[in-house]
Structures are given as structure tokens and as C-alpha cells.
Design a binder for this molecule. Sequence first.
Ligand code: SF4
Length: 320
Amino acid sequence: MKINHNFFSISNKIDVVKYFCRQGNILPHLMDRIRWHVYPRFYVVSKFPTHIDIEVSSACNLRCPMCKSTEMRKTGIKFGKNMEWDLYRKIIDECSKSSLYSIKLSWRGEPLIHPKIVDMVRYAKDKKIKDVAFLTNGSMLDRYMNLELVNAGLDWVGVSFDGFKEDYERIRFPAKFEHTMDNVKDLRKCREYFNLKKPQIRIQSIQSVIEGREKEFLRLWEGIADKVYFIRDEKRTIDEKDYAYHDTSLVCPNPWQRLVVASDGTIPQCITDYTCGGVLGNANTQTISEIWHSTYFNILRRQMKEGDRLKRKPCRICEK
Ligand code: SF4
């Protein structure tokens, strides 16, 4: 079984260890990593997912050509919704009473578009969720937002920042290279102003635009980012004919690790199911625990185990 096989740290090992220590919660974090890696191998269904991705907004201010959302918009699929506060609170209240370790407040959209994003971070931290983070394109991290996020207790932020100026501005259109970099630098300054270790800052780029220049990319972020990654380039189309090859022996670990809640409460089958083609439930009317142990989720797990995953459309438009 392949786990976390599509992203790789290019930071040196010492920085990776420092990052891990600064994140705190060392024992629960280690336990979380064990559950993440071991449970899928033995098909153990935990009482509650160890991680939940909560899409606080499916709207985005950029139109990146390699993003499935851009592709979906072209085909007329409509989305662009901010999650209702009551739904968010319902999810977090349940999470806070569970064995969950982490939440990420992003999925297909840009989380900073949600007008209550800071309150959402604060609420989750007040409810003692150990690891609260999100991925962002970084273009909206202005001084006010940075100060608020630092004070709300955000644990880490992942900034999708693809390559150097020319590639960046082509891919992350219409964001500007210097502007986004300055935003991230400012976040670091705000954190240091309050003498805090968090939010830790991760930078991630797709692999193709930094290939052979990894060290240069790492130097670009020296003193700003705490960890730098690259992500393997993946196809982002939603057309089955673009996915000719599938590893039919693969058992995907996702259904034993994590659960995703879309901004309207829909539960897709996994983080790759951008079109919500394999709906497993709805968080408005069901609890997370009910959904995690539901017949639909168990059918998905059984199909994985029995090598039948390609019966499911989302798996047929996934690079795994
Ligand atoms: S679409 Fe299928 S194979 Fe791909 S991540 Fe989701 S569950 Fe796994």
C-alpha cells in the first residue's frame, strides 16, 4: 500500500526535525502518524477519522490551469460556496469530543475567502483541536489577516507557490510573484513579533517547475518558510479517457485515514473526488461518526480491499 506518495520534502533533515518539534503535541502527533500509516495496512477502521478536511469555501480568486476546479468550471459544474457557520460549529463540536488529531480548513477553494476564517480557526483551537491548518494560494495574506491568524492560534499554513517568477505568474494567474512572497514574509514577521513558533509555514510547489533547481528554490525561502515541499505533477482533468493507466492492485489508504466535508456539507468519497461523484453522506443531517461507519463508507473500503475500486468513477479519474 502506498501512503503519502505524491509529496516530498526538499528541506534538510535537521529542519524537518525542528519543524516536527516546534509543532508540539509530540506524543499525540506520533500516535497520529502511527494510526495514519498502520491502520490502512491492516484495514482497521478507527472510531473516528484521524484527520478531516473541511472545505470552508469552495470559491477561489485564482484560475490555475492545472486545478481540477478550473477544469470543472469549464464544463459548467457550479460551485463557489462558503460553509455556513452552524454547519462548521456542528462538525467542530463533534470533532472536539473525538480522537481526531487534525483538521485542514481547505479543499478545492481558497479558505481566506471565507469572511469568518479567523473565527473558524479560533473556534477550533478553543475546542482543543490539536492541529489546525489550511492550504492557501497566499495572495490574500495581508497584514491584518496575518496578525489575526497568528493570534487565533493557527498551527500551520501551507502556501501553494509554484516555481520561480515566470512559471509562478503563468500558473497562479493573476497572482503576482513578489506580492505573494511579501505576504508570506509578512506572516513570518507577525509570528516573530509575538515571539511565537506558530503558525509554521510550509511552501509547496509542483515538481516540474523546480526540477533541477530545488536548491535554488530552497534558498529563495530561507528564513521565511519552515519547510519546503514539491508535489508530483498530477493530471487534473475530469475526463476518464485521460486516465489510461491505473494500478489495479493498489489499495488506496484514504478510506481508513481521513474524511472530507465539502462547503455545502456533502461528503465526497475522498480528497481526490473533486466532482463529488461518490457521495457518502451529508454532514448537515448526519454526524461524522455515522458517516464514517456507514454502509456507503464500508462499501468503499470493501471495494478497495477486493480490488474493485475502478467500479467507482472518482477512482477512474484519479491518478492512483
Ligand atoms: S479517487 Fe479512489 S484511488 Fe483516488 S484517492 Fe480517492 S479513493 Fe483513492
